[in-house]
Design a protein around this ligand. Sequence first.
Ligand SMILES: [Zn+2]
Ligand SMILES: [Zn+2]
Length: 211
Amino acid sequence: MSPRPKRRRMLSEPPSVSGFVPESGDYSSASEDRIILLFEEYEAIKLTDYEGLTQLEASIRMCISRPTFTRIYESARKKVAKAFVENKRISIEGGHVEFKADWYRCECCGSVLKRKSGWKAGSCPVCGETQVVPLQQATNNFQKRGGGAGCGGRFHGGRGIGGFCICPKCDYKIVHSPGVPCGSVLCPHCDIRMVREDSEHYQFILNKRKK
Ligand SMILES: [Zn+2]
Ligand SMILES: [Zn+2]
C-alpha cells in the first residue's frame, strides 16, 4: 500500500520576502549552510506569534489538524532559533502548501506574480525568460544564476524609510510606506509584487530587461 498522501496546507498569501540574512558579515553564504524554513513553517509563526491566533485557530486556517499544526510550529521555532543563535541565513521555500491564488516566481529575475487571466505560465512578463515556476517549487537560487548580485548571491534591499515601491514590469510607482514591505504590494496593472526602487534587486531586473 502506498502511504497516505499528505494533505496540503493552505496559505492565504506567500511571504513578502524570500528569506533573511544576518546583519554581520560573519556567516556562511554557502547554500548548504542556510536554514530552509518551509512555507507552512513561516505561516505557523505568522498566524500564532504575529497575528495572535491560538494553535487551534491557526490549524483551522491552514486546513490541518491541531497536532500537525503543533509539529510544524515547533519545527519552525527551532529553525528560527538555530538561525539566530548560529548566525545563519534563512531561506523561505518549499513544503507542502497550496496558496489561495496561483503564485509564481521567475527563477531568473526573482519577480513574484499572481496569475492573471490571459497570462500563460511559462514565460516571465518582466524579463522574458522561461523559468517561471509555481512559488511552491521555487528555490531562491535565482540570484546566483543571474550572476549580477555578488555578495554570496543576495541583494541588499532599499535604503532608509523613504523612497518608492515600483513595479518591475510597468514601472508604476507608489510612495513606500514604512513598515509595509514593497513585496507585499501588488502592482494594480500587472499583479506583480513591487520592489524597492533603490534596491539591488530592481537594478538587477533593469539590467535583465535591457537585454
Ligand atoms: Zn523574470
Ligand atoms: Zn505593473
